[in-house]
Design a protein around this ligand. Structure first.
Ligand code: NAG
Ligand code: NAG
Length: 340
């Protein structure tokens, strides 16, 4: 999801409802999924909201995902929660700088809560390949940012590192170099056993994975631990931006994954659909379930999927996946149960 949506999210702040504090139930995530997917999850937004207000204030510009939502979603079978946050809020002065203890505390709290439930926490700097709105060209600085960040989570085997959300409009070789620097920085921090999700240019779209040049370029990434998963995003509206309740057709999901699936198979690689969504209507539900069935058929290369988006501040957002009353939680989730 793009800046536009995040800014919209920030606008919704005025209608924010205080998060329930309690942890309703004792639940823990199952690692072995009947659906065949290794990862089934939700993006839990909040800490990346208000991304034009840096550092921003907790409760005004941004918030953290809610513990009780994690419990609810774990009880529904989800085992992966992607936690978007801002690079600048964690390490504010420069990428080679030190962490902000206040923001770090929030990040550590949600990551440790998720992983204490046996679920995976995807640490997702939601920065689109930018730092303070400028394309990151300091590859060594980016590596340093990742070394600092990965050190914090190096001993938590349930953490997954996501190099950056949705690089776009960048030189392809720079996207390659930033991903490689992130991998090297994470491994240099002593985080040698965790999976790393790498993302591509063009908003990491699955439908453009090969045509954009991501395939040819990112095929050459090297991980000494050999634990890279290619994170692709796919929305099912006409421009693939994830801004409409309409889906192009009932088959659009599987159609948009075909070229990427062929690329994965030809090259012996694995992917995760790190963001997907569709409107709460029959055509989108057909497109989504068709896509997920196709992914199950190809579960040798597709490791799972994550819905966009959960989090307490979405209000009546078209893809809202927050219990108890948001749009997709009530209108779409019941149809997705076979794929969890
Ligand atoms: C650290 O983070 C807190 C909470 O986001 C913020 O209020 C504070 O201004 C930050 N400090 C710096 C130096 O960025
Ligand atoms: C999570 O939300 C962010 C923005 O708020 C979006 O960019 C991203 O695509 C979402 N991911 C998923 C899996 O929905």
């Amino acid at each position: 999801m793009r800046f536009f949506d995040i800014v919209l999210g920030a606008v919704a702040v005025g209608s924010a409802i205080a998060a329930p504090a309690g942890d309703a139930q004792t639940v823990s995530a199952k690692s072995k999924k009947a659906s065949k997917f290794q990862y089934v999850g939700i993006n839990e937004s909040g800490a990346e909201f208000g991304n034009k207000d840096l550092p921003g204030q907790l409760g005004k510009h941004y918030t953290w995902p809610v513990h009780s939502t994690i419990d609810t979603m774990v009880s529904k079978g989800f085992n992966t929660f992607r936690i978007p946050f801002m690079m600048e809020r964690l390490i504010p002065t420069k990428m080679t700088g030190t962490v902000n203890a206040t923001y770090l505390q929030g990040l550590e709290d949600i990551v440790s809560y998720v992983t204490s439930k046996g679920a995976f926490a995807v640490v997702d700097p939601h920065n689109f390949g930018r730092y303070y709105d400028k394309v990151i060209t300091d590859v060594d600085g980016f590596k340093a940012w990742w070394t600092t960040t990965a050190k914090i989570f190096a001993s938590n085997s349930k953490v997954i590192f996501d190099t950056n959300n949705e690089y776009h409009d960048m030189d392809q070789n720079l996207v390659f170099k930033l991903n490689q620097a992130a991998i090297d920085g994470i491994r240099a921090a002593g985080a040698t056993t965790q999976t790393i999700f790498v993302e591509g240019n063009s908003y990491s779209g699955a439908w453009t994975w090969t045509s954009s040049g991501n395939g040819a370029s990112l095929l050459n990434l090297k991980d000494p631990s050999d634990k890279i998963i290619y994170e692709m995003h796919q929305y099912l509206d006409s421009d693939g931006s994830g801004t409409s309740t309409a889906c192009v057709s009932g088959n659009i999901g599987q159609e948009r994954l075909q070229a990427a699936t062929a690329w994965l198979k030809a090259n012996g690689k694995k992917a995760v659909l790190g963001e997907t969504a569709g409107g709460s209507n029959a055509q989108c539900i057909k497109a989504l379930t068709g896509m997920l069935s196709y992914m199950q058929t190809n579960s040798d290369v597709w490791t799972g999927w994550l819905w966009w988006g959960g989090g307490p501040w979405w209000g009546d957002y078209i893809y809202g996946m927050e219990p108890p009353s948001s749009t997709a939680y009530n209108g779409v989730l019941p149809s997705l149960q076979p794929y969890i």
